[in-house]
Design a protein around this ligand. Structure first.
Ligand SMILES: CC/C=C\CC(=O)SCCNC(=O)CCNC(=O)[C@H](O)C(C)(C)COP(=O)(O)OP(=O)(O)OC[C@H]1O[C@@H](n2cnc3c(N)ncnc32)[C@H](O)[C@@H]1OP(=O)(O)O
Length: 723
């Protein structure tokens, strides 16, 4: 796990070895500590270089231990890592960290214990513990501010953002960056510093910097963390721990860090966030009914891509491709959109500290379909209209190379119908990006009935290359994410009919931790999007069969409230009014609108609905259980392979709070029998709402004694699977 060898006579080269990411399990930490002590005791050694095996320094503490997934008490992992970092820092001979790949979490804390840090130009460094519901508890919150100052330390610890080697150098986090061989550079560096005094290099003994505005800075950071945390404990604990570095001596700061960690480690929030971490890895291990899977189906190389349509979605997709270094041919007729995408690329280049030209030269704008001919993969991102898309797919099928993959960014339409319009249905898949596509980390890869393994593998792999988490789902209206949104939005509308207000419903959902309540979200994305879909489905507008009552469709309860707002020209933020009032068209600040409240009163009177007081619990249960119930149906039908897929989609694509794990994790945590009983209760009260009828899978799981969520995937394999 950790050995040392002597190089160039007096340099001890220690190699941390625990593939795939050299995680510091308790055993590995102890082993490395022993190796450090032996090297220090070796009289032939003057200086130590510490590196990781296999091109990566260290991915941090072993999360499986912290999450209680292996048979090692989590406190043992923490204390072994703390002891290791302390031993490294206390070494009487200089220790140089040679960082390549990543130094994350406990890995970076280990590097902070070293006296010098050399990084490869491609390395990434960070303290992502907050994303696991934790904080850096091997001295990271105390050493980092002593090295890079409070503003940077507060930001890095509280957000978990990782930085490039270049930024690390600018922050003072590393001493030197090399684009050559990091081991050679570190050994060379080590020989130069072998005789340097170490006192000032031990961060624990350094006084923390004290800018004049430190108190204000700490207060602002704490308030910001509280505001942004939306109920999550870890970001606030992170700021509290870093603040201790300003107010307490090192050992007492460390003590507080440990106490905060001891409170976070066993918390439900940390469990939920660690579940999310592993869920996001599980979803990469896709399989298809024929036996093809992520292991046996290689992806095709994508060295040139095309994007059709540079509206909101298309331009985000184009930017993502360019950022990943993939040349893009972008087809768009509206010149205004070309200017927008050019400006976006310039901004992105500046963010990545690249020249604008390095990005702009990767894009070729065109009006001609023949220019797409050479692409390995085309992503269509035109208007959401099935007939239009089918025509386009038919044309692409004739004009593109026979092996070009044809992908659609549709958010709900039938991928099999698009495939059927081509002469290569096996090379058609859905690639459903989420807006803004260059920011959101989720990609739903929609596998059509005839999509080939290579098409699925290529789309999944491309998502990863773009820095996204790809989740494979089967083709059905709305796929997994948008399909589950429907009953959730419907319940919210029914609650308005029964007496709630948009701000009441949103406040409950935002208190739960959602980035945005359902009505604010609907205003942001535009009420007309759903209106168009409902019109196409014969639920709204001129296509509704004559004689259908306003509040019923196909014999079931229907709320026409959103349709009525659209008819009044209230499309959300873009028109300056929707469920809320905004400063003007395009405004962002939502305020309650007296017009809307009058409108709701009149609506209720017109339909003889007597408003009642609705409490928070009812809002939460009806919205969230209806959504999760649809999730069970999706699992039952094999549209998604497991609860991890649904939870990943909701956390990364729909603002579900990670500290609550995702909808399926949430209902499992509440208890399936309790959820079933509440759904049965609501179903009795609303017999004309089929979405409240508990799904067969939920009943089945309850009948089986509510197995833990980690077992559902296996149990589902026995059911009908489309994946
Ligand atoms: C005292 C306590 C102090 C500190 C606490 C900590 O250090 S908490 C851990 C902090 N570290 C992290 O959060 C990093 C997590 N890992 C990653 O971000 C990525 O895995 C990484 C290292 C950037 C590599 O990414 P890549 O895309 O190359 O691989 P992938 O994510 O698919 O991971 C490969 C397999 O490794 C497993 N794994 C990754 N990190 C850890 C870890 N720290 N502990 C345990 N296991 C880890 C991951 O689950 C994958 O496993 P697999 O079975 O192949 O799905």
């Amino acid at each position: 796990m950790a050995q040392y060898s002597r190089v160039r006579g007096s340099v001890a080269l220690l190699r941390l070895t625990n593939p795939p990411v050299n995680a510091l399990s308790a055993a590995v930490s102890r082993d490395l500590e022993r190796a450090v002590r032996s090297a220090c005791a070796d009289s032939a050694v003057r200086v130590l270089v510490l590196r990781g095996h296999g091109g990566t320094f260290c991915g941090g503490a072993d999360i499986r231990e912290l999450a209680g997934l292996v048979d090692v008490p989590f406190r043992v992992g923490v204390s072994s890592l703390v002891a290791l970092v302390d031993a490294v820092e206390a070494a009487e001979k200089p220790v140089v960290a040679a960082i390549e790949g990543v130094a994350l979490g406990g890995g970076l804390e280990l590097a902070l214990g070293c006296h010098f840090r050399i990084a490869h130009g491609q390395a990434r460094l960070g303290l992502p513990e907050v994303t696991l519901g934790l904080l850096p508890a091997a001295g990271g919150t105390q050493r980092l501010p002593r090295l890079v100052g409070f503003p940077a330390a507060l930001e890095l610890v509280a957000t978990g953002r990782d930085v490039s080697a270049e930024e690390a150098l600018a922050l003072g986090l590393v001493d030197h960056v090399t684009d050559g061989d990091v081991e050679e550079a570190a050994v060379e560096f080590a020989r130069r510093v072998a005789d340097e005094p170490l006192a000032s290099r031990r961060l624990s003994t350094r006084p923390p910097p004290r800018p004049a505005d430190l108190d204000t800075l700490l207060q602002v950071a704490l308030e910001r963390a509280q505001r942004r945390a939306r109920g999550a404990l870890a970001p606030v604990a992170c700021v509290q721990a870093v603040r201790a570095a300003a107010t307490l001596p090192f050992t007492q700061g460390l003590q507080l860090e440990q106490e905060l960690m001891a409170a976070l480690l066993p918390s439900n929030q940390a469990r939920a966030m660690q579940y999310c971490f592993f869920a996001q890895r599980i979803v990469g291990k896709w399989s298809l009914p024929g036996g093809a899977n992520w292991r046996n189906s290689p992806a095709r190389a994508v060295s040139r891509a095309a994007v059709i349509g540079l509206g909101t979605m298309g331009r985000g997709i184009a930017v993502s491709l360019v950022r990943a270094g993939i040349p893009v041919v972008a087809m768009e007729t509206d010149e205004k959109q070309l200017r927008v995408v050019t400006a976006m690329l310039e901004r992105e280049a500046a963010k990545q500290r690249r020249s604008p030209d390095s990005y702009l030269q990767l894009v070729q704008f065109t009006l001609e379909r023949r220019d797409l001919g050479d692409a390995d993969l085309v992503v269509e991102a035109v208007f959401e209209d099935l007939a239009l898309k089918k025509r386009l797919f038919a044309e692409l099928s004739s004009s593109c190379r026979p092996d070009t993959l044809l992908c659609s960014n549709t958010s709900a339409l039938d991928v099999d119908a698009l495939a059927a319009a081509t002469r290569r249905p096996e090379l058609v898949v859905g690639m459903h990006f989420f807006a803004p596509a260059h920011v959101m980390k989720l990609l739903e890869v929609v596998c059509g009935a005839r999509s080939s393994p290579v098409a699925v593998a290529t789309a999944m792999q491309l998502g990863k290359r773009l820095g996204k988490v790809s989740v494979a789902v089967a083709n059905c209206p709305g796929f997994a994410g948008n399909r589950m949104l429907k009953p959730y939005v419907e319940q919210a509308s029914f609650l308005l009919e029964e007496g709630a207000t948009p701000q009441q419903v949103d406040a409950v959902l935002e208190d739960f931790g959602f980035a945005m309540g359902v009505f604010r979200m609907s205003d942001l994305s535009g009420l007309d999007v759903g209106w168009r879909v409902r019109e196409e489905a014969g639920l709204a507008g001129p296509t509704v069969p004559p004689g259908e009552s306003a509040r019923r469709r196909h014999g079931c309860r229907y709320s026409p409230l959103a349709d009525l707002l659209c008819e009044h020209g209230r499309l959300g933020q873009k028109t300056g009014r929707g469920w809320y009032l905004y400063e003007g068209p395009g405004g962002r600040a939502a305020t309650p609108d007296p017009w809307l409240h009058d409108f709701l009163d009149q609506y209720r009177r017109r339909h003889g609905l007597r408003p009642r007081r609705i409490d928070q619990q009812e809002v939460l249960e009806r919205c969230l259980y209806a959504l999760a119930n649809e999730g069970f149906r999706i699992l039952e039908e094999g549209v998604a392979a497991g609860p991890e897929d649904i939870d990943t989609i909701y956390v990364l694509g729909y603002g579900w709070p990670a500290h609550r794990g995702g909808p399926m994790y949430h209902v499992a945590a509440v208890g399936l029998p309790a959820v079933l009983s509440r759904l049965e209760h609501f179903r009795r009260l609303h017999p004309d709402v089929p979405q409240l009828r508990p799904s067969a899978l939920l009943r089945h799981l309850v009948a089986e004694g509510s197995p833990p969520i980690s077992r559902w995937r296996e149990l589902l394999k026995g059911l009908r699977s489309q994946l």
